[in-house]
Design a protein around this ligand. Structure first.
Ligand code: NAD
Ligand code: GLY
Length: 370
């Protein structure tokens, strides 16, 4: 194991264990949490086919009756219909309130199964075993769980912390390169928002992390988890500092919405683009030096992520439509726009009540339609 990070929530601390081969040891690690040797493992079809038997075998090897609940892969599963189907499967298995469920997959399965755990019989415990880089560095840690609706992503959900997170770096060997790059956008985000030294390390290590080089990957995942654990322990419900984790998300989310949340622009790609835009917007507002924006953009592009609107299929988008999307953002309060902006690499802050006029000019300058 490469180590463990504790999310030090008062009364509910939990560990994020990081290392290769953790899945094979999952039975031993999960068993002490269980009141009876019984669990449901929620996974999507892709993860089930690639790694399901190994995890189920490891749990069963410790005498745990582990039942597979397989859902279709893809964001569509994070829906009311997907949630209803999952809850029905869990009810059919006769899980009781003292049982745990295991969320084994990317952010989709983690968010869906985590939300099901939050509401199933008024709430049961769960374990996250994240299988994408994005899920390992971000979504499996911190207790945000949610489903999407036709009106937007992640609009229905709950804060529900897992009891344990097992981030097995080995499962990333089967992750498609494009998904690896998407997760890396979130990795860069951590350096850009709060750790200039980490960012400098990433500038030198991009190809090793993306190539799943053991030491580089473990170092990057661990640093992200440490940062996230620190922020979540301080501000679990996003009353303040946790909003920094949304660097790049307001711009990114608006462009993602304009492309229909499909394959044209994946979430991580939107985050990469959004981070580059947040830096350039900060420069325009006189908050940040141009050279920092250039450096951020170079690192994002080096990972194979988009940094300009013109790179996104469907470009050009209307500036007003993008701004309307930003006003729907969960961070927006009473219609006022909230952004995470930067003073420098590693120094992000939350800016409330951002004036739409310079924003509109900025978007047009970036290539959006007036
Ligand atoms: P995902 O769960 O859809 O996984 C991406 C694809 O990779 C899927 O097709 C999946 O089947 C496949 N896959 C997963 N693990 C694999 C593996 N080891 N090998 C091969 N294929 C594998 O997407 P994601 O990028 O992990 O997560 C995106 C979701 O996470 C979004 O719904 C987003 O809203 C959510 N999210 C939540 C938080 C949070 O704090 N809760 C944070 C960021 C993102
Ligand atoms: N992914 C943002 C958060 O967990 O707060």
């Amino acid at each position: 194991m490469s180590g463990a990070v504790t999310v030090a929530l008062a009364g509910r601390p939990y560990e994020v264990r990081i290392g290769r081969g953790l899945i094979d040891d999952a039975g031993r690690q999960v068993k002490p949490l269980l009141k009876r040797p019984f669990t449901a493992v929620v996974m999507d079809r892709t993860v089930a086919d690639l790694h399901g038997e190994r995890l189920l075998g490891a749990l069963r090897g410790e005498g745990i009756a582990a039942h597979a609940v397989v859902v279709p892969p893809g964001e569509e599963t994070k829906s009311f219909a997907g949630l209803a189907g999952l809850c029905d499967d869990l009810l059919a298995l006769e899980l009781d309130r003292s049982d745990h469920i295991v969320a084994f997959g990317g952010g989709v399965v983690g968010d869906l199964a985590g939300f099901a755990a939050a509401i199933f019989k008024r709430g049961i415990d769960f374990v996250q075993i994240p299988t994408t880089l994005l899920a390992q560095v971000d979504s499996s840690v911190g207790g945000k769980t949610a489903i999407d609706t036709a009106r937007g992503k992640n609009l229905i959900g709950a804060f529900h912390q897992p009891r344990l997170v097992l981030a097995d770096l080995g499962v990333l060997d089967t992750l498609p390169d494009r998904e690896m790059v998407c997760g890396y956008a979130e990795v860069l985000k951590y350096g850009l928002l709060g750790d200039a030294e980490f960012f400098a390390g990433l500038e030198a290590a991009t190809s090793r992390v993306l190539g799943r080089g053991d030491d580089a990957l473990a170092w990057a995942v661990r640093r992200c988890v440490e940062m996230k654990a620190g922020i979540v322990a301080e501000d679990e419900r996003e009353g303040g500092r946790r909003a920094l984790l949304n660097l790049g998300h307001t711009f990114g989310h608006a462009v993602e919405a304009a492309t229909g949340f499909g394959e044209a622009l994946k979430h991580g790609e939107a985050v990469g683009l959004g981070c580059a835009m947040a830096f350039r917007f900060s420069v325009l507002l006189g908050l940040c030096a141009g050279q920092d924006a250039t450096r951020a953009e170079r690192a994002i592009a080096a990972a194979g992520l988009p940094t300009r609107l013109a790179e996104v299929p469907g470009h050009p988008f209307g500036a007003d439509a993008l701004i309307a999307s930003m006003a729907q953002d969960k961070k927006a309060q009473a219609g006022a726009l909230t952004f995470v902006l930067v003073r420098a690499i590693g120094d992000a802050f939350v800016a409330k009540g951002v004036d739409p006029a310079p924003l509109r000019d900025f978007l047009i300058d970036e290539g959006a339609l007036p």
